[in-house]
Ligand binder design. Sequence first.
Ligand SMILES: [Zn+2]
Length: 235
Amino acid sequence: MSINREVKVTCPHCDAVSPFQIWLSVNTAQNPELKGSIRDRSLFQFECPYCGEKTAVDYGMLYHDPDNKELIHYAINKENADEVYHMLTDDDKKGAFSSIFDQKYLIRIVRSKNQLLEKLALFDAEYDDRLIELYKYHLEKAFREEHPESENVEILFFSDPEGNPMLQIFNNCETQGVVPLNNSSYYELLQKHEKEMRDFREDDPVVDQEWVKTFLSPAYFEKPDIPRNTDYEIN
Ligand SMILES: [Zn+2]
């Protein structure tokens, strides 16, 4: 079910206070028009009715696409992310979600608007986000070798206006460049890892660079019946 709420936003330009509608939950079957307004960020954009200035507003939400069976929870803080994570993964709490597990929902928890938009872009383009994180892990390693002075590197996937898969590299939130995703490298990663990965829709709800570290460690394979490939480059 889609849920919205009106909040007051103070315009940083003229200080006028105006109402703004935020969406705590978006169900794309119920409100298909919101699919586009999340992706173009207009759902997160406040336009001041007094001075016309546009301001980005950030808020957490649950994105639910029943047609593609996708559920993405954007947690605005760590406490909320942890709470939702435990609801989805603790055995004694999981029962409440048996219906979404039975339907093999793709479930993810993200911690920023950028991550939410990234997940949407790559699921729209039918990529496996775990392989994209592995791809980013290798790309970041290469980038750091070339730019040893870099500090907080973040790489985000997006589709350009022609629909080409791209990766944008940031250092300390400043863009350092954009590179196209090499599909043959992506499929190489797929071939190398698919046999030892869990089902795409049954893996951990948090898939990010921390997930990569777990995947490249023995912990991922504690679950029986997943063969261990020792052919890794662990750094
Ligand atoms: Zn204003």
